[in-house]
Design a protein around this ligand. Structure first.
Ligand code: PEP
Ligand code: MG
Length: 542
């Protein structure tokens, strides 16, 4: 057994095999090819290799699990030879002059949707098989044959570092935990682990090649990774895992309860999400709404600007799924650690203080308007609110309002319906805190982004792992700022919430209640633990 100490993002135990994620492997890029015939031939070769792999698997499985269970590998072989599937892929390559990986991924998406919508149970099950065979094809096209098979079972993902654009593409059902060698506790990868409510260790000094495929245990409470655990430790951890499951089940009994303190103060508990795939967790944990939809993840998943239609479809799905509960969409917050190549942002010495978030939107109004149109259109299907990140002045808010009013006029002219949309801002710069009395007169709500507010107030780069020990999110300066913002909001008759990670810190829940915070927006898995504290608190006695 070997042990490695990392910095833990969340408590909890994970037990499973390690899968070493190498950069770029899971991503499907779309690029142009000159010789489409050669590209089709490349696909055909990958198809043949995949069929041979499946035949191999079939023969081995017949011996180990019997003919009936092994039949799935025969079905996969047939699907790989299905004319409709193959022609669709070849057609995309030839008509669009694009690479085979892209054609496979696009066809798989289309077939997946088609099968999932079918009435017949048997046919609906084929949707998962389409995913399987396309993953196999992509693995072969990428020159890796065994790796994807490892992801057939849930694994602990280990990587040098993970960029937000990479984590967002992982198949979340297959991830038990994250371990990274580099990275900081306040990075978006850490935030993603919290959203998924799984343990994660950052800054773990582990030689990745030596641990690939090995059984491991993560103890989130101590921040330790055990590779090839001893029998006794494995037993203890399995027991703890079981206890955690029981606690989770107990918390689920709080579903459907209001977030009201013993002395009758009601607080909103909303969820933070990165895309519509997180909605299942939101429902499961009984969030009252979405307090922060980090819309930039839609941009990070793509190789080009998402179109108005693409965005509209996602926002509409979220609004409809939340069925009238509030959905606060934060407009594009790209830049700093969230980079998408196609934005072609110039290299900056200080990206956290650079062209990011609302600054990009105000300098590229066409990008901003596309997103606003999509959001306003989706507002006809639920209760949507918008909030703007990285605000530093009243002037910025006024400029935004002008752009919003142009967008609304355009929609009116085109006879396109939209609903009432509350508009708020994130308070995540010291300037916004200092100006919060003036800003409160301009907007409908405040949402305090403590991650960036801490970074900018304490002058500590949230991405720099060397500074994790200095990043004191309980610093009195931050707590005083929160009080100031809440007071200024209430004086102007608007509400104020917290959507940064501090909002989920249960050691501060009672402090926030006493401060008068109206809403906490947290990772879905934190909602019920916070509800428990709210139900047990008497604010008047604090
Ligand atoms: C924040 O800064 O607190 C916040 C919620 O935004 P992000 O973490 O996405 O920068
Ligand atoms: Mg922020």
């Amino acid at each position: 057994m070997r042990t490695f100490q990392g910095k833990s993002v969340g408590n909890g135990v994970a037990i499973g095999k390690i899968y070493v994620y190498k950069k770029g492997e899971q991503q499907v890029k779309r690029y142009r090819v000159e010789d489409v015939d050669a590209e089709v031939a490349r696909f055909t070769k990958a198809q043949e290799t995949s069929i041979a792999q499946l035949q191999d698997l079939y023969e081995k499985s017949v011996k180990s699990i019997g003919e009936a269970s092994a039949a799935i590998f025969e079905i996969h072989q047939m699907m790989l030879q299905d004319n409709g599937f193959v022609e669709a892929i070849e057609n995309i390559v030839t008509t669009q002059s694009v690479n085979a990986e892209y054609a496979v991924a696009a066809t798989a998406d289309n077939f997946y949707k088609m099968f999932s919508d079918m009435e017949d149970d048997y046919m609906r099950e084929r949707a998962a098989d389409v995913k399987d065979i396309s993953e196999r094809l992509l693995a072969v096209l990428n020159g890796k044959s065994a790796g994807m098979d490892a992801l057939k079972e849930p694994v602990i993902i280990a990587a040098d570092d993970l960029a937000p654009s990479e984590t967002v593409q992982l198949d979340k059902d297959k991830v038990l935990a994250f371990v990274t060698v580099h990275g900081s506790l306040n990075s978006h990868t850490a935030i993603l682990a919290r959203t998924m409510n799984i343990p994660a260790l950052i800054g773990t000094p582990v030689a990745l090649d030596e641990v690939d495929g090995k059984l491991a245990v993560i103890d989130g409470a101590k921040g330790i990774l055990y590779v090839e655990p001893e029998e006794a430790l494995l037993k203890t951890m399995q027991h703890r895992r079981k206890e955690e499951e029981e606690t989770k089940a107990l918390l689920l009994t709080l579903r459907g309860k209001d977030n009201i303190t013993l002395d009758g103060k009601k607080v909103q508990l909303y969820a933070n999400i990165g895309n519509s795939k997180d909605l299942a967790m939101v429902m499961q944990n009984d969030a009252g709404g979405i307090g922060l939809f980090r819309s930039e993840f839609l941009y990070l998943e793509k190789d080009d600007y998402p179109t108005e239609e693409e965005q509209f479809a996602v926002y509409k799905t979220v609004a409809e799924t939340m069925a009238g509960k509030k959905v606060i969409i934060r407009t594009l917050d790209i830049g700093a650690d969230k980079q998408a190549d196609y934005f072609q942002l110039a290299h900056e010495e200080n990206p956290a203080m650079g062209l990011r978030a609302i600054r990009i939107c105000l300098t590229r109004p066409e990008v901003f308007k596309t997103q606003l149109r999509a959001i306003f259109r989706a507002s006809a299907y639920g209760t949507i609110a918008i909030m703007y990140p990285m605000i530093i002045s009243v002037e910025e808010v006024r400029k935004i309002k002008e752009i919003v009013s142009e967008v609304k006029k355009e929609l009116d002219r085109q006879g396109i319906a939209y609903g009432e949309v509350e508009q708020g801002i994130m308070i995540e710069t010291p300037a916004a805190v200092m100006m919060s009395d003036e800003l409160a007169k301009e907007v409908d709500f405040f949402s305090i982004g403590t991650n960036d507010l801490t970074q900018y107030t304490l002058a500590i780069d949230r991405q720099n792992p060397e500074l994790d020990d200095f990043y004191d999110s309980h610093h009195p300066a931050i707590l005083r700022m929160i009080q100031t913002v809440v007071d200024n909001a209430h004086r102007a008759g608007i509400w104020a919430g917290i959507c940064g990670e501090l909002g989920a810190d249960t050691s501060l829940t009672q402090t926030f209640l006493k401060m008068g915070v109206d809403e906490l927006s947290v990772s879905p898995g934190r909602i019920l633990p916070i509800r428990k504290i709210i139900l047990e608190t008497d604010v008047s006695k604090q």
